[in-house]
Design a protein. Structure first.
Lengths: 113, 113
């Protein structure tokens, strides 16, 4: 079975630009969460979606937004990129509306220059 | 405010030895405590998890010890192997897993022959 897939794997953007990251959850999983992992730190929660509804938002500015589609895939959007947005962005899927047993994708490495 | 404190930051263990990583938490609402293993360039992979109704859980060479009164939990890796060299993250969530995972800062483990 395919795990959580994220695209693209690497991305380089310029300050001020916009970026869209995509995630496909494990088949049958309806909950998707996004995390940001800065080098040398643990992942930090950004958003959780379940059945296309936002179920949680972490302490991130409004430049960050996300949505979930009818097929449970999700995308994370970041506007007006800052150098500090450079990080590994991780998507995690879980079976139901819960944070337990979260399975992570390989992440998208975003570099803002 | 760091809700999950992890130590040590880095650890070097001889092949065949025991690796021990410790975590402490403050939020008594936490009721799910997973450990993740992350290799460079990869997303975190769920290793083992425990709930506070048990004091210990063992899966193969990996054991979680949980001390509810001290609000501490630890990961023990028995017979450590070079292939175990990775970064390990403890995490916690509340409300039977309906809240996002809060991660520690990670421990970089190196197992040397």
């Amino acid at each position: 079975d395919a795990g959580v897939t994220q695209s693209p794997t690497h991305l380089i953007k310029t300050r001020g630009q916009h970026v869209t990251l995509r995630c496909s959850p494990i088949s049958g999983h309806k909950s998707v969460s996004w995390y940001q992992q800065v080098l040398g730190q643990g992942p930090q929660f950004i958003f959780q979606y379940y059945e296309k509804e936002e179920r949680g938002r972490g302490n991130f500015p409004d430049r960050f937004s996300a949505r979930q589609f009818p097929n449970y895939s999700s995308e994370l959007n970041v506007n007006a990129l800052l150098l500090g947005d450079s990080a590994l962005y991780l998507c995690a899927s879980s079976l139901v509306d819960r944070g337990t047993e979260a399975f992570f994708g390989q992440g998208t490495r975003l570099t803002v220059v | 405010q760091q809700q999950v404190k992890q130590s040590p930051q880095s650890l070097i263990v001889q092949k065949g030895g025991i690796s021990i990583i410790n975590c402490a938490y403050e939020n008594t609402a936490f009721d799910y405590f997973p450990w993740y293993q992350q290799f460079p360039g990869k997303g975190p992979a769920l290793l083992i998890a425990i709930r506070p109704d048990v004091s210990e859980k063992k899966e193969g060479r990996f054991t979680i010890s949980f001390n509810k009164s001290a609000k501490q939990f630890s990961l023990h890796i028995m017979d450590s192997q070079p292939g175990d060299s990775a970064t390990y993250f403890c995490a916690a969530s509340a409300n039977s897993g309906n809240t996002p995972l809060v991660f520690g800062k990670g421990t970089r483990l190196s197992v040397i022959a």
